[in-house]
Design a protein around this ligand. Structure first.
Ligand code: TXA
Ligand code: MG
Length: 361
């Protein structure tokens, strides 16, 4: 094949080789990273997907672990590669809007609301939870009656989807419970040796996963996951309510501990210096005058720009995780606009050590 992908360091593990074990091909000992602008990158990714392989793809939010969403064998492999429990459903990424009709079953009332949301926000970082049609497999939805649909905006992924012509199931390309990847290198860290190809389109634009919303029959919008599309944008279409996920497996990705680096994450108010600061790292909001008191400090955004902070958050969590620090302190950001989504991810990243944020979601 006429392409010159960068062969990732994982080729160290041996020559290209695939072990077939039951439904899953879990070990592809040679993961390639191909630049998105390589002349054959799109075609190659689409061909691999059509052949039932998994490919890590860029989206405008985070990198996704993509596979043919109409092939249960492939969908099962996604769960295995990601080490994700089967009760946690996947988002289908669509080549075009016409798929909504095939994959969902909408009453006329909801149809109007959904059409308006799609018109406004697609392609883009809005995932819609809709009653599923028979065409969607129970494996994708974890047997839930709803299916999560999204039409991504990243032009490379859109081209791959158009070439493939089928919906692609794609969770974030990280191992279950860990920080979502916003660069191809992050994907390699998470899943290298388990997938044949990563399409590298540089750092993702937004850096946080899509907003997940369930339009209800009564025109309410249930917010399942805050994200780049904010509540105020959604409010133009109907009252927005935060979905009550307690005691339900409706959005298991919303389990308390998620987005977790290896080091403990603790949330602090701006300017606070904890007792163990000298051994700890700080992700600061804006500039921080106490920077010399921490072992390492990175700023989420020196100019206190929430959009910039969102785009850097996961990358900086990973970078801090690699530093010689015992804990990662993160200064809280204002919960306005995308700040709400940032804090949602941070509360979860801190979930295992969340004495300081008790009771918060
Ligand atoms: O931005 C994104 O949405 C990224 C990129 C790759 O598109 N994808 C992503 O997928 O974040 P994932 O699988 O990491 O997160 C999807 C979330 C999970 O929390 C899952 O539980 C929830 O969506 N979800 C999927 N289908 C659902 C359904 N039918 N009902 C409730 N929640 C659902
Ligand atoms: Mg995820």
């Amino acid at each position: 094949m006429n392409h010159l992908p960068l062969v990732a360091p994982l080729s160290l593990y041996g020559p290209p080789c695939r072990l077939h074990c039951g439904v899953a091909r879990l070990f592809v000992l040679n993961t390639e990273i191909v630049p998105a602008n390589h002349p054959t990158a799109i075609e190659r990714a689409a061909k691999l997907l059509a052949a039932g392989e998994l490919v890590a793809v860029p989206t405008e939010t985070v990198y996704g672990l993509a596979g043919n969403g109409r092939d249960d064998r492939v969908v099962a492999t996604i769960f295995q590669v990601k080490e994700r429990p089967f009760f946690d459903p996947l988002i289908l990424h669509l080549p075009d809007k016409s798929w909504v009709e095939r994959l969902s079953k909408l009453d006329p009332e909801r149809e109007k609301l959904v059409a308006a949301l799609i018109e406004r926000f697609w392609p883009g970082p809005l995932t819609l939870l809709l009653p599923k049609s028979e065409q969607v497999s129970d494996l994708v939805t974890a047997s839930l009656p709803t299916v999560a649909l999204r039409m991504p905006a990243n032009p490379v992924l859109r081209a791959i989807l158009r070439k493939g012509g089928f919906p692609v199931a794609a969770p974030s390309a990280n191992r279950f419970g860990r920080v979502s990847p916003t660069t191809a290198e992050h994907v390699l860290e998470e899943l290298g040796s388990k997938i044949p190809l990563i399409v590298d389109d540089g750092p993702t634009k937004l850096g946080l996963e899509s907003t997940i919303v369930e339009p209800t029959g009564s025109k309410k919008l249930l917010l399942h996951r805050p994200g780049p599309i904010g509540e105020s944008d959604l409010a133009e279409f109907g009252p927005v309510e935060t979905a009550d996920l307690k005691g339900s497996i409706k959005a298991p990705g919303q389990t308390p501990s998620h987005y977790a680096p290896d080091k403990p994450v603790r949330l602090i108010e701006k300017g606070h210096v904890p007792a163990d600061a000298a051994e700890a790292g700080l992700l600061a909001w804006g500039q921080n005058s106490q920077r010399s008191q921490f072992r390492v400090m990175f700023s989420l955004s020196e100019s206190r720009d929430l959009v910039e902070a969102a785009s850097r958050l996961f990358s900086l969590l990973r970078a801090m995780d690699r530093e010689a620090v015992a804990a990662i302190y993160v200064e809280k950001v204002p919960e306005t606009g995308i700040g709400k989504a940032i804090m949602n991810r941070l509360y979860r990243a801190a979930a295992e050590t969340r004495g300081n944020v008790k009771g918060e979601k």
